[in-house]
Design a protein around this ligand. Structure first.
Ligand SMILES: O=C(O)CCC(=O)C(=O)O
Length: 286
């Protein structure tokens, strides 16, 4: 289904439980995309993710931030696919640029409007790593920018594959790139290492399309936090449960996220996706 290219607004949601993103360990990182070894590739398959520091240079990250700033400021008027927080619905046009930046939740499908972000998505060293992981030529099929401003809301636990109109068997690699320091307190990623294997969760529309909180409660011992400096990235399997808590700081936490699959990956319909992944559609209670 085509995604409408238009401004939208988030809905107000209840806060998450205080311990929903507690974790037992912090992820180790590999230094640079060039350093990824066959052992790291094996670890990706085993754990469902790898984290890389210094994957992109400060100049490349600044170009990504500049690209997003142009899109958010409306300097590319043909691009409208920005979701703002609910509380600015009635006053969007009166916001300063900084206030507008801090009212964005996400941008979707922008790279065809903005060359600097497209260059990051198609960065040859990144594509080479993703193709190694997929064991075939990779193509990017979804681009998103996640802006978690001060007090920004959570992204509840989910598996990205539940969002895609691709067969459940399709191998998908996600790449989440930090544009600001992403730390424990401002909402860095949390993942469940190894939980991408043979696990499929029904997803429910609660605070977002998500795994039921009760499935994720009490699993602190199984969780790893992935703090990253700007230019670092998390490369992850689309079946790994992951999420990010609210941003409890005054620091922005902006990120780019791209998803890649094999060229020609087999699609399913929206109805087939819901029938496979949807909790409500399968009459399951959350
Ligand atoms: O950036 C975030 O806060 C989480 C993003 C994420 O997990 C997603 O959009 O799939």
């Amino acid at each position: 289904m085509p995604v409408p290219n238009q401004i939208s607004f988030d809905t107000e949601v209840k806060p998450h439980a205080a311990d929903l993103y507690d974790y037992a360990a912090v992820a180790e990182t590999i230094d640079g995309l060039d350093s990824i070894t066959e052992a790291d590739i094996a670890r990706y398959h085993e754990q469902g993710f790898i984290a890389v520091r210094n994957a992109f240079s400060p100049k490349e990250i600044q170009s990504g931030l500049d690209g997003l700033a142009d899109l958010i400021a409306g300097r590319v008027p043909e691009f409208q696919n920005i979701q703002f927080t609910a509380e600015v619905r009635d006053r969007l046009d009166s916001l300063s640029f900084e206030e507008r930046m801090d009212s964005v939740r996400r941008l979707l499908y922008f790279v065809d409007y903005e060359a600097r972000t497209k260059a990051i998505a198609n960065y040859p060293k990144l594509l080479a790593v993703v193709s190694r992981l997929l064991e075939t030529e990779a193509t990017m099929f979804q681009d998103m920018a996640l802006i978690k401003p001060p007090n920004g809301r959570e992204k509840p636990w989910h598996q990205d594959h539940a969002y895609f109109e691709l067969t459940p068997q399709t191998k998908v690699v996600g790449v989440w790139i930090a544009l600001d320091p992403a730390g424990i307190e401002n909402g860095c990623m949390r993942v469940m290492p190894g939980w991408h294997r043979d696990r499929k969760y029904h997803h429910f529309q609660i605070r977002d399309l998500q795994i039921c909180d009760s499935e994720m409660e009490g699993l602190q011992a199984n969780r790893v936090a992935v703090p990253l400096e700007p230019g670092g990235c998390l490369i992850f399997d689309s079946y790994i449960p992951h999420g990010t808590p609210s941003n409890f700081t005054a620091s922005r936490r902006r990120a780019l996220q791209f998803h890649y699959a094999a060229v020609g990956a087999q699609k399913i319909t929206a109805e087939e996706r819901v029938a496979f992944w949807g909790g409500e559609a399968n009459n399951i209670a959350c």
